[in-house]
Ligand binder design. Structure first.
Ligand SMILES: Cc1cc2nc3c(=O)[nH]c(=O)nc-3n(C[C@H](O)[C@H](O)[C@H](O)COP(=O)(O)OP(=O)(O)OC[C@H]3O[C@@H](n4cnc5c(N)ncnc54)[C@H](O)[C@@H]3O)c2cc1C
Length: 383
């Protein structure tokens, strides 16, 4: 494993960091205040990122994307983690499973996402099926040459601005009585498909979730993505990619909180000296940076493993687990170091602390990551 960044990787890091600091961070207070990103502003961000040549960086070049390898893309996501989540929606990173579509599906769904003309959302979770996705009850049944969808999805991120959703639904059962899951592409405006505002969350204001209902929603057979009954494999491809993204963004967010805490500890004086000189504060800083670096290496190592074509599932779960839990501890310490001011919305610290909470829940909770890691450890022993 090479620990140095190539010229291209350093360029990606510097360019994304510059954009985040100069173009996105100045918008954050307004997003927090209003709880939304106006559509026009979203389009402007898309245009600027396209001009920068960094749109759809995760999609292979043959489809017009940036074609970054996993490690370089992870470095990019780490920098994007320094921006408010609501603003990063418009830095197009289409779902990589769209590449699994037919030529017609790629033309109609993937390419507009790559060009910044469409946004996708991905719908798996249901009110009664979260961690246990195979327990989903949203169903698709055959009707002539079509599929008819019925059911509800909730917590679906940025579906409010999405042009279409990648939907997972049960299409029967296998011999063992387990639900067979298939994947569909559903356009906004399809009769029987409704997108309603979701819940308000303490984390990531302005980054909305939606509730989707399907009421006898009829789809032509050509809207199925991938093979019938193979949706779980597609879901796992997507989950691995996003879990690594979550880990990288957690590292970026933690470094931003740490930078503020370090500066404050050096500048804030009590009892006639900077509070960082007190062991209680200095040790906090030492623990914070050690944990951030550890999470960073776990994340980069998982990305590197993917680039080597190795099975990185356990490494990705370890990175997601550790980085998201680390972010909770680091933002809590950053707030403590700021004292009462840390709780006030004059500073972004309280926001970092609130935002951190969701990272241990979405894209597979910490318990589910531990479950994946333990299963992988025990499998070779036949347990
Ligand atoms: C803001 C937000 C945005 C989201 N965006 C999307 C999206 O775009 N698309 C999408 O499909 N989903 C999305 N999700 C859903 C997210 O992935 C789920 O919330 C998550 O997988 C957990 O499911 P759940 O909330 O139903 O919790 P549950 O599965 O009900 O879990 C409740 C608790 O039980 C624990 N638990 C469950 N099973 C086990 C087990 N086997 N062992 C140990 N503990 C267990 C969990 O760890 C958790 O602590 C989003 C969620 C949030 C909060």
């Amino acid at each position: 494993m090479d620990f140095g960044l190539s010229h291209e990787q350093q360029l990606v890091v510097d360019t994304v960091r510059g954009f985040v600091e100069h173009e996105l961070q100045p918008l954050e207070r307004e997003v927090e205040r209003t709880g939304r990103v106006p559509r026009e502003l979203g389009r402007e961000i898309q245009r600027k990122v396209r001009d920068l040549g960094f749109y759809a960086p995760n999609i292979p070049e043959e489809y017009g994307g940036g074609g970054l390898d996993h490690l370089t893309f992870t470095l990019l996501e780490r920098e994007l983690g320094r921006a408010s989540m609501a603003l990063t929606v418009f830095w197009g990173r289409p779902s990589n499973i769209l590449c699994a579509g037919t030529a017609e599906q790629r033309e109609r769904y993937l390419l507009p996402c790559v060009r910044g003309e469409a946004i996708d959302a991905l719908a798996m979770t249901e009110p009664d099926a979260g961690s246990d996705l195979r327990g989903m009850s949203c169903s698709a049944r055959r009707a002539g040459g079509d599929w008819v969808i019925n059911g509800t999805k909730h917590f679906i991120s940025h579906a409010d601005v999405a042009d279409f959703v990648i939907l997972f639904a049960a299409t029967g059962e296998d011999e063992a009585g387990r639900r067979r899951i298939s994947c569909f592409l559903v356009d906004r405006g399809t009769p029987g498909f409704e997108i309603r505002p979701g819940y308000n969350s303490v984390s990531h204001r302005g980054y909305h979730n939606a509730t989707l209902t399907f009421d006898d929603c009829r789809l032509p057979a050509a809207q199925m993505l991938g093979e019938e009954g193979r949706g779980f494999e597609l879901a796992n491809t997507w989950l691995h990619a996003t879990r690594l993204t979550v880990a990288a963004m957690c590292v970026g967010r933690a470094r931003r909180a740490f930078d503020l805490a370090l500066a404050y500890a050096a500048q804030r004086k009590q009892f006639g000296q900077p509070i960082g000189r007190f062991q209680g504060t200095g040790f906090k800083l030492a623990d914070m940076i050690t944990e951030i670096d550890a999470a960073d290496w776990l994340t980069l190592a998982a990305a590197w493993q993917l680039d080597q074509g190795q099975d990185a599932n356990r490494a990705i779960s370890q990175a997601k687990l550790y980085a998201s839990e680390m972010l909770g501890r680091v933002t809590d310490s950053a707030l403590q170091i700021h004292g009462g001011m840390g709780l006030m919305d004059d500073l972004p610290i309280e926001r970092f602390w609130r935002d951190a909470r969701v990272e241990r829940i979405w894209d597979g909770t910490s318990e589910i990551q531990r479950h994946i890691i333990a299963r992988d450890l025990l499998r070779p022993l036949g347990a």
